[in-house]
Ligand binder design. Structure first.
Ligand code: HEM
Length: 370
């Protein structure tokens, strides 16, 4: 067993937020599993087995003994709060709404959201903040479509989401907005219960409404809002094409680490995670691990042949919205560069406020000119 010092929860290097801390590269080479102290603002400091090799992360995430457990605060209706048969049951209610076909069907709406966001960027002129005007509204508008938020409510819905996700908003204000959003979600669920629309919430209410409480239904809405939102808004690098999108997902790894707890002993090759141990799987490190020393995987190369990656996780909790996420990115990025071919930052990139220590990586603003 290797015991070593603390590593920051997201494992991102302070000098370059896209890179893993050196300890994660060391952990990839360790023969034994590495145990570290992980300081977490949400959960306090805890001891965890840190997984950094691609094969280890994949094997362990697929192991039924690995559970969400207490790794995340419980929220009714949020898939990440459930394990085992309870998780499967809830997830099955939603999978039909997140197929590749469904994502293709949503393409016109995604295009509409992209165009209206780009109009706003143009209107704001040079210095426009792309996080506020481009990265945030697109997933929000797509979520409105998914949840069946009526057009008349969309502006208010978008405003609330923006305030709740803005880093400059005070903690009290964020809580207030989150409470307002929860109340709105409850109202939306009530509306769908009376007249289920042709969208995710409507379908769940129609097909499974009798198996779910209103709190769970509203929780599903909130989960989709947050899950479908933060991650997309955080993938904001200039490049296009399907291969480039995969390369960006691989290298940015917006969902940087996946926290878990072992509900039984888990074999990892010839090593073992013991029952009760916490586990931190680093997607960021795993996505750069070829199993051989190939340092080229540490660099962004949008023209390289597709590489394996775990940006959408693996196993029972693998991202439900991955086809939709891909579609949003594939539509949004080329349109951005078509509309603004000379797009560039107005500040040196070192001055950007990277969220290095958050579970979802991103920047708080991206002032751009063209
Ligand atoms: C670039 C965008 C995205 C990335 C990188 C991403 C990444 C991930 C990852 C890594 C997980 C697994 C978490 C874990 O195992 O602990 C996950 C789960 C999930 N994602 Fe995404 N996601 C993205 C976009 C979306 C979108 C657009 C939606 C839907 C609107 C969505 C819905 C979900 C849901 C519901 C889960 C929980 C699944 C479960 O627990 O069974 N995600 N996502």
């Amino acid at each position: 067993m290797t015991e070593s010092g603390a590593i920051p929860i997201a494992g991102r290097a302070a000098e370059c937020p896209f890179d893993p801390v050196p300890e994660l590269y060391e952990a990839q080479k360790d023969e034994e599993l590495r145990r570290v102290k992980v300081p977490s603002p949400m959960l306090g400091e805890f001891d965890a087995v840190v997984l950094a090799r691609y094969e280890d992360v994949k094997t362990v995430l697929a192991d039924g003994a690995l559970q969400m457990g207490g790794s995340m605060p419980y929220q009714a209706g949020n898939l990440l709060s459930y394990d085992g048969p309870e998780h499967t049951r809830l997830r099955r209610m939603l999978t039909g709404s997140f197929t590749a076909r469904r994502a293709r069907e949503l393409k016109p709406q995604i295009m509409g959201a992209v165009e209206s966001s780009l109009d706003e960027v143009e209107k704001a002129g040079p210095g426009a903040d792309l996080v506020q005007l481009f990265c945030t509204p697109i997933p929000t508008l797509v979520i409105c479509e998914l949840l069946g938020v009526p057009y008349s409510d969309r502006e208010e819905f978008q405003r609330r989401t923006q305030v709740a996700l803005d880093f400059d908003t005070s903690r009290e204000e964020q809580m207030r907005q989150a409470a307002e959003m929860e109340a709105y979600m409850a109202e939306l669920v009530a509306r769908h219960s009376e007249a289920p629309g042709d969208n995710v919430l409507g379908r769940v209410v129609r097909d499974f409404g009798d198996q779910l409480t209103d709190t769970e239904l509203a929780g599903i809405g909130n989960m989709l809002l947050i899950a479908g939102h933060e991650t997309i808004a955080s993938t904001d690098d200039p490049s296009a094409t399907d291969g480039a999108v995969e390369e960006l997902l691989r290298l940015c790894a917006p969902a940087t680490i996946l926290p878990r707890q072992a509900a039984g002993n888990i074999r990892v090759g010839d090593r073992e995670i013991e029952e009760g141990e916490r586990v931190v799987a680093s997607v960021l490190a795993a996505n750069r691990d070829l199993g051989a020393d190939d340092e080229s995987l540490d660099r962004l190369d949008v023209r390289r042949p597709p590489q394996r990656h775990l940006a959408f996780g693996f196993g029972p909790h693998q991202c439900l919205g991955q086809q939709l996420a891909r579609m949003e990115l594939r539509v949004a990025l080329p349109e951005l560069f078509r509309r603004f071919p000379t797009l560039r930052l107005t500040v040196p990139h070192e001055e950007l406020d990277y969220r290095t220590n958050a579970l979802v990586f991103g920047v708080s603003s991206l002032p751009a000119t063209w």
